[in-house]
Design a binder for this molecule. Sequence first.
Ligand code: SAM
Length: 288
Amino acid sequence: MPTLGNPAGTIAVLQKYNFRFQKKFGQNFLIDPHVLEKIIRAAEVTKDDFVLEIGPGIGTMTQYLAEAAREVLAVEIDRSLLPILEDTLSPYDNVTVLNADILKVDIAEIAREKNEGKPIKVVANLPYYITTPILMGLLESGAPVSSITVMVQKEVADRMAAGPGTKDYGALSLAVQFYAETYLAANVPLNCFMPRPNVGSAVIRLTRREEPPVNVHSQELLFKLIRASFNQRRKTLVNGLNNYAGLSFSKEEIQEALRQMNLSETVRGETLTLSQFAELADRLEKAR
Ligand code: SAM
């Protein structure tokens, strides 16, 4: 039975070890069992699964994961949490704690060593200061990861799940949706954490696609166009792309491609779908 995940259990452990929260590590521990259960449900963890947990903290969610999964590897950067984790995870023989920076861990190698190279699930209450590098690293690396279920800042969850024409739609939405299907599982209020964070949170699941949702000749050009389009949001697409340092298409070339796609010359990037960006990339490349 998980013993943490409630205010009393968490305070007891923190006091026993005289633990001091480190802001620089984004430490906000979960203290609400309903939220923990929701995360485990959204992640669809079963006894067949190998789960990578990023940032176990004092082991709150790790206890839930250990009960639901076949095996758990929890990667924690803060050394001072190691004796605590040894204590709180002692009832479980299917959990390993690795003291490392997740951004430096080779996830493909972990899957190879621990899961015969088969896809693993990632579950985490993420340290918010490195949300994007962690998620984009997982998605872009090509490591075998079938799903990523994470607590993130609410605003970031909204951006990842947003569609064209909405205020939250941007380069992050397109980058994430290229690799994964998004599902917003829950909004989580401030009082579910200790200490209380300054921003609202949400749980989002990213399920990795087997195939990209669009065919594009050059993924590199596609992502360059996307970055350029949202770099200067208020500009028209033609001006945004024309002024971007990493691209060398003339206004005429961009206007011609837009005409072929039946799009207005004054269209803004924020209204284009992923498949329109892909078509634009292919047309611009062909025009060369
Ligand atoms: N999982 C715990 C929970 O839900 O109560 C703690 C979550 S807390 C938001 C984020 C955790 O990530 C902290 O334990 C923090 O020390 C750890 N962390 C921060 N940066 C990290 C990094 N680069 N690599 C691994 N863990 C990190």
